[in-house]
Design a binder for this molecule. Structure first.
Ligand code: FAD
Length: 568
């Protein structure tokens, strides 16, 4: 340990994982409390995990090697199942049904895992320390700040909402990122109906209060619009008959279409369904300002139009947390949105620091190099051309290495390659048509920049957490007996196979018991049957049996009794 940190030694006993674990607390030269494992534990490598979201929790759940002393730091002492947050906004599911205390998850591990409820304020990669601050205000005798030392650091602190510095958004809009946000939205929605029902208001004022605006046509914005529409039509109509006809839901999207990361068929279906349901859809509408009563947007024509509102939900994507921005500056990764890692999730330019989930992206600089190498290998006679059949083999090879490419092909983001290959399949004449390799490579270079970024989803975060935990599980063993294909053992390379993302599909609930599902294998399903698939998948993906039972019982309660509209 730091020599300057031995001034004061005080042994604190922490009950964790069902056992009593000794922790010592010493002071560093700058007077900060340093949390260190006791002598017995100090032989173990110290792993510090920042964040208890999808990535951090998945890492913890999959870590099996008890040879580590793990300290988890997060201001949130629970894991939240974010895909069900939109359901919490209207009371379809209760907030407590989608969260699991992190201490319960830790206890089940029967390992040296300790949780501190605090926020990391600064990462000092040079000295292998993280500076933290408790978010408890009272009775800490000025000991809110402390320092934790690590041998390995796992950064999984997710992202924050991106307002694009639009004036008034921070002050006047709701966000949907955390459980508290969803609870706040639920209260505000009910508030709007109670306010609009008061006898003192004019119809004009009531209309303004019941104008709900959603900014952003991504999955979260669309799902909230659908939830709100269902809530109004299934429950509110009965409880607020005098104002029900004044409700208006408007969705503003800067692009040409909503759900643009989904298959075109889903986008078209969703847009038509929303129009049928009376949800106003304004595409090509870029919000430029939000005041306390009006929201202003720039239309396609360049004109600025303003609309009064009762509630606005801002759901336009994610931005970088300040601690990550500061860390990126420190390690020379400026002008980036998220931390760049290699394919083994190691932060570039840093020793023993890993980053996963929404706060990181794999910097696949070698994508085009890899793809070129696959083409060269297939071009056995160095003719600069490939037959359609050989090209199919190249595609299979690339898709295996970069599963995202499969998605681009399905979404026809790479021209008509799929049609060409489908047409030629089994037709000897067509299969032997020669294609120019340079022309084919151009198709891949178009999606190269997109291939570098995995989507910021729970699926990616959870898979990365599990992958990294598996690396840690066998780290020691691998050091003794290096494994993995030879090509990964070269200089600067890691001893594990690189992280590969497996895409299992995605859902977009559209309300009225209808969901759009886009599954691997070019399979798109929209309607009531997909809604049942959605129920089954989301029930099965719950982090514990407790939350699974709670979520299913909330769905059942909603079917029988409707949603609870009490404003508590
Ligand atoms: P998070 O899950 O956000 O976790 C970050 C953790 O870090 C939290 O515990 C936080 O408290 C903690 N933290 C923050 N700051 C600090 C700090 N300074 N120090 C220490 N800890 C810190 N994805 C899907 O795949 N499917 C879906 O259907 C889906 N639906 C979604 C719906 C909504 C409404 C939202 C908001 C997201 C949805 N996502 C979905 C995306 C998914 O939730 C994220 O991609 C995922 O949460 C990313 O995981 P993460 O671990 O990187 O970050």
């Amino acid at each position: 340990h730091d020599n300057s940190s031995l001034a004061k030694l005080l042994v604190v006993f922490t009950v964790s994982g069902g056992s009593l674990v000794a922790y010592s607390e010493s002071k560093s030269c700058d007077g900060m409390n340093i949390v260190n494992p006791s002598e017995a534990d100090s032989k173990k490598k110290k792993v510090v995990v920042l964040g208890t979201g999808w990535a951090g929790t998945s890492f913890m759940k999959n870590l099996k090697n008890s040879e580590y002393d793990v300290q988890v730091i997060s201001p949130r002492n629970y894991f939240a199942f974010t895909p069900l947050l939109p359901s919490v906004t209207c009371g379809t599911v209760e907030a407590r049904s989608i969260v699991e205390p992190i201490r319960k998850i830790v206890r089940k591990k029967h390992m040296d895992i300790h949780y501190w409820e605090a926020e990391c304020l600064k990462i000092d990669a040079q000295n292998k320390k993280v500076y933290c601050q408790s978010n408890q205000d009272n009775n800490l005798n000025g000991k809110k700040d402390f320092v934790v030392e690590y041998d390995y650091l796992v950064i999984a602190i997710g992202a924050r909402v991106n307002t694009f510095n639009t004036p008034g958004v921070e002050e006047n809009c709701h966000f949907l990122k955390e459980v508290e946000d969803a609870q706040r939205i639920r209260r505000t929605v009910i508030d709007c109906f109670e306010r609009a029902s008061l006898p003192t208001l004019t119809d004009e004022e009531r209309k303004r209060i019941l104008q709900f605006v959603i900014v952003g046509g991504g999955p979260s914005g669309v799902e909230f619009a659908a939830e709100l529409h269902d809530f109004v039509n299934e429950d509110i109509v009965k409880l607020y008959p005098n104002v029900k006809d004044l409700v208006k839901i408007t969705l503003l999207e800067a692009g040409e279409h909503i759900l643009n990361m989904f298959d075109k068929r889903i986008t078209v279906f969703a847009e038509e369904k929303f129009r049928r349901d009376g949800i106003e859809l304004k595409t090509g509408s870029m919000v430029v300002k939000v005041s306390d009563k009006e929201i202003s947007a720039k239309e396609r024509s360049g004109e600025i139009s303003s609309m009064p509102y009762g509630m606005v939900l801002w759901s336009t994507g994610i931005g970088t947390r300040p601690v990550i921005m500061e860390f990126m500056k420190q390690i020379g990764q400026t002008n980036r949105r998220v931390l760049a890692t290699d394919e083994w999730l190691r932060v570039e330019g840093c020793d023993s620091v890993y980053a996963l989930g929404d706060c990181a992206t794999i910097n696949q600089r070698k994508v085009m190099e890899d793809i070129s190498a696959i083409f060269s290998k297939a071009d056995k006679d160095n003719s600069g051309t490939l037959t359609v059949k050989e090209f199919q083999e190249v595609i299979d090879d690339i898709c295996q290495r970069y599963p995202q490419v499969e998605l681009y092909l399905k979404n026809k983001q790479m021209g008509s390659i799929v049609d060409l290959l489908k047409e030629a399949k089994g037709d000897v004449a067509k299969e032997s048509i020669e294609l120019d390799i340079e022309e084919l490579k151009k198709l891949f270079s178009q999606v190269d920049s997109q291939m570098k970024n995995l989507p910021a989803t729970a699926q990616v975060a959870a898979q990365q957490g599990a992958y990294l935990a598996n690396c840690f599980n066998c780290m020691e063993e691998c050091e003794k007996n290096p494994e993995g294909p030879l090509r990964f053992r070269g200089e600067g390379r890691h001893r594990f196979r690189p992280f590969r993302y497996k895409h299992f599909g995605q859902f977009a609930p559209l309300g009225g018991e209808q969901t759009a599902a886009q599954l691997p294998g070019d399979w798109v399903s929209i309607g009531h049957s997909s809604q049942w698939l959605w129920y089954s998948v989301y029930a099965s993906k719950q982090v514990s049996w407790r939350t699974r039972v709670l979520v299913v019982s909330d769905w059942t309660k909603r079917f029988i009794f409707g949603r609870d509209s009490s404003r508590i």
